[in-house]
Design a protein around this ligand. Structure first.
Ligand SMILES: C=C1C[C@]23C[C@H]1CC[C@H]2[C@]1(C)CCC[C@@](C)(C(=O)O)[C@H]1[C@@H]3C(=O)O
Ligand SMILES: O=C(O)CCC(=O)C(=O)O
Ligand SMILES: [Fe+2]
Length: 391
């Protein structure tokens, strides 16, 4: 593999050298060079994950496939049936697939093809698009600019989307970072994000119905939300059994809408074992994130999942993460709290949780619990600072 490092740092993998690129800490940054890495026999230690995270999947997840057609048409019986499937999936592990969602197959196909235009760019061009420290938008190779162990075997390209903008924000982003040649690509992703946002609103309505609260409650709450779109590219890996494309984690966001190609690799930890999500070209995979778990007072689950890599085949996935507007308080509706008697999580904002995952904590399976503890500590410190001192 080919980790380029600064000359003052030695690597376990025998790497090429380049000047330090991380101006912040001057320690040098590993570079995920896919043209070289596939030729290497041994996997560099930076990419090796602990055995506990690598346990093989045993079977396929039996998640419901929810037909949205009847709900979109306003058919009451079919809506009730869809809501019941959503309720049972979300009370258990938080994963389900949706079909007849109204997103054109040709649009999904186009955005998958466009992924290659980004990841097949020359390495130096991709590095010039790298996401800034503490930020989320841009290119990342194995997250090597942020971490030095348990590196994910993937490249990502991420950008923001907000539903109520009057400007085509995605097109503008593509044009500004990649130039005019990427205007068409930008439009494909703009349309895809608009469609994902539309589907997310349908799902929020179904979630409201399934929880027996005002059906528009979550839909209205997320109307001015903020989203992150991420393209994932997982190159083939000779040592695929030692590494992971995305390590075990719960999404810190509220709702995730994912489309994976036919290679497959998404796995969910449910009923005490890893289970594969079968790829379906016509379906979108939906899962509940930590913020929605808090918004449902813990009734709906955000569950651990990961992406394994393939020995022979490259894999692509498109992920749309939905979150509330940054400063909006994350608090479950009163109806749910009354039913459950107690609040499971304190109030927080998405902006606090986002900052936690970008500055203080590497998102994993315990992000929400760790964040709540951190928040409580911050609040204690703040209140002790504001108390009059007796010395
Ligand atoms: C708030 C976020 C943190 C991550 C990007 C967004 C949405 C999901 C998060 C992530 C994908 C969860 C898995 C681990 C992670 C580090 C990754 O492998 O990409 C996460 C993201 C991140 O911090 O980049
Ligand atoms: O690529 C996948 O299938 C999973 C990616 C994922 O879980 C994520 O990006 O949060
Ligand atoms: Fe995820």
């Amino acid at each position: 593999m080919h980790l380029l490092m600064d000359s003052s740092t030695s690597s376990s993998s025998g790497t090429l050298m380049c000047p330090p690129t991380n101006a912040d800490n001057g320690s040098g940054v590993l570079v995920f060079d896919t043209s070289l890495l596939q030729k290497q026999v041994n996997l560099p230690t930076e990419f090796i994950w602990p055995n506990g995270d690598l346990v093989l999947n045993q079977e396929e997840l039996q998640e419901p496939v929810v037909d949205l057609g009847g709900f979109i048409r306003g058919d009451e019986k079919e809506t009730a049936r869809a809501a019941e499937l959503v309720r049972s999936a979300c009370s258990n592990h938080g994963f389900f697939q949706v079909i007849n969602h109204g997103v054109e197959a040709s649009l999904i196909q186009t955005v998958h093809q466009e992924v290659d235009k980004i990841f097949k760019l020359p390495l130096d061009k991709k590095l010039s698009l790298r996401r800034k420290p503490g930020g989320l938008c841009g290119y990342s190779g194995a997250h090597a600019d942020r971490y030095s162990s348990k590196l994910p075997w993937k490249e990502t390209f991420s950008f923001g989307y907000s539903p109520n903008s009057f400007k085509p924000v995605v097109v503008d982003y593509f044009k500004s970072v990649l130039g005019r040649n990427f205007e068409v690509t930008g439009w494909a992703y703009q349309k895809y994000c608009e469609e994902m946002s539309r589907v997310s609103m349908l799902i929020f309505e179904l979630l409201g119905i399934s929880l027996g609260i005002d059906r528009l409650h979550y839909r209205n709450y997320f109307e001015d939300g903020s989203s992150i779109m991420r393209c994932n590219y997982y190159p083939p890996c000779n040592n695929s059994s030692l590494t992971l494309g995305t390590g075990p984690h719960c999404d810190p966001t509220s709702l995730t809408i994912l489309h994976q190609d036919q290679v497959g690799g998404l796995e969910v930890f449910a009923n005490n074992k890893w289970q594969a999500v079968r790829p379906r070209p016509d379906a979108l995979v939906i899962n509940i994130g930590d913020t929605f778990m808090a918004l449902s007072n813990g009734i709906y689950k955000s569950c651990s999942h990961r992406a394994v890599v393939n020995r022979e085949r490259e894999r692509r996935s498109l992920v749309f993460f939905v979150s509330p507007k940054e400063d909006k308080v994350v608090r479950p509706p009163q109806d749910l709290v009354c039913r459950e008697v107690t609040r499971k999580y304190p109030d927080f904002t998405w902006s606090d949780l986002l900052e936690f995952t970008q500055k203080h904590y590497r998102a994993d399976v315990a992000t929400l619990q760790s964040f709540i503890q951190w928040l409580q500590l911050q609040n204690q410190n703040r209140s002790s600072m504001s108390k009059p001192s007796n010395f």
